[in-house]
Design a protein around this ligand. Structure first.
Ligand code: UDP
Length: 387
């Protein structure tokens, strides 16, 4: 609606006309402008979207090319040496796997080795530096340069992304998953079943988030939820670093909620944590509409998910008003919400099976090994890892 909707009345208040969308007052004008933007963005993204090739984990293959591009001139032994301290050293020699004796996060190493061991019979010889920290290691603008594998990065890093350990083991431990979130195969089955059983109409009309304060980008939604509990239920839980209510933004820590129970809500928020948060793939399997905040932090499968097609993109600096208008838009346009929710589900269900994760590891390592310009020789400091 282009018209000015409100005029000042003699008493000093505002007199507002009803807009074409049925919204009143000045806020209504902002709503109408935003609604038109969302409608256009959805229409454009969905018209332009082309399905990816769903065979042999090809939907994600572009990421391998992009990550290895910086190494296309080849990888020398000295480059590996340069970055040795940035991760855990592994070797594959004659189809056997070797690793440094100690691993900073043993459960994470198990989560990585699960995939490497399966693939061993088909892998060529190679040296690998695998970073098990959350944070990427090879900044574009400073520090040493060489190939380091990390689970997540932003465009400021040259790290090569690999499928996180947590697809199998070593994810964050919470009370509901005391051994850590892992076993993506089991979560997939449980969430697939739950989302098929839960009809859209039976889901609660709320926007939902549960998690700890690993990033302050989560604050605006949590604060908005306190103001509009009938629209949003976003609360902070404790994590291991919790000391006082200051760490849950001056409120009591909320009870943790299982992934399955997230599917009871129509709108689910995903935020970055320290790096990318593991919850993105889980919430996408709910057949709820996923609001993904920020797009800096990536995992290997993120680029196959398109904004407005598979999820709703939200700027990391979105104001509270913007967040509110966005949620209200989808409450009033449930058919659009359902369609995007369905698309997001399908992308993850079809292209992020355990088989696709293994396939990605395999493609990645074979292409990486081709870049090595030297003969890999056994490092006697490493120990053999076997099943
Ligand atoms: N989590 C969960 N239920 C909760 C709180 C957290 O399933 O009530 C999961 C969450 O989805 C994530 C992990 O536990 O995969 C850790 O969440 P947190 O918010 O603490 O940290 P993040 O890894 O997102 O930075």
């Amino acid at each position: 609606c282009e018209e000015e909707l409100c005029t000042s009345s003699k008493s000093g208040g505002s007199v507002c006309n009803k807009s074409s969308n049925g919204h009143h007052n000045k806020y209504g004008k902002e709503i109408n402008t935003k609604y038109a933007q969302y409608e256009n963005a959805i229409k454009k993204a969905q018209e332009e979207y082309e399905n990816c090739d769903e065979t042999k984990c090809n939907c994600h293959a572009g990421v391998i090319s992009a990550d290895l591009k910086r190494f296309k001139a080849g990888i020398s032994k000295s480059m590996i040496q340069n970055v040795k301290s940035k991760g855990t050293k592994y070797q594959i020699i004659n189809n056997r796997l070797y690793r440094e004796k100690s691993c900073m996060f043993p459960a994470r190493c198990i989560g990585i080795e699960h995939f490497l061991l399966q693939l061993l019979p088909k892998l060529p010889d190679m040296d690998l530096i695998i970073n098990t920290r959350d944070w990427p290691q090879i900044a574009k603008n400073y520090g040493p340069f060489g190939p380091v594998f990390s689970f997540s990065k932003t465009s400021d890093y040259y790290d090569i992304m690999y499928p996180a350990w947590a697809f199998w083991e070593g994810g964050p431990a919470i009370s509901l998953y005391p051994r850590g979130i892992g076993r993506w195969d089991q979560h997939r089955n449980e969430l697939g079943k739950k989302s098929n059983e839960t009809k859209w109409v039976d889901k609660s009309n709320l926007a939902f988030f549960r998690g700890s304060r690993t990033s302050a980008e989560r604050d605006p939604l949590v604060l908005l939820s306190r103001e509009f509990p009938e629209l949003i239920d976003a609360q902070y839980t404790k994590n291991q670093a919790w000391k006082s209510e200051a760490d849950t933004l001056h409120a009591q820590p909320a009870t943790e909620i299982s992934f399955k129970d997230h599917c009871n809500y129509k709108f689910l928020f995903n935020f970055r944590g320290v790096a990318a948060s593991f919850r993105f793939k889980h919430v996408l399997l709910c057949k709820s509409l996923v609001f993904h905040v920020g797009n800096d932090w990536q995992e290997f499968f993120y680029s196959s998910l398109k904004p407005w097609v598979h999820y709703v993109p939200v700027k990391s600096n979105a104001s509270r008003d913007e967040l509110k208008i966005l949620i209200e838009f989808f409450l009033e346009n449930e058919n659009l919400a359902k369609k995007i929710a369905e698309n997001g589900f399908k992308m993850v269900w079809n292209n992020l099976k355990m088989k696709d994760v293994t396939c990605y590891w395999s493609k990645l390592l074979k292409r990486y090994a081709k870049l090595l310009q030297y003969q890999v020789t056994r490092d006697q400091d490493l120990i053999e890892i076997s099943n």
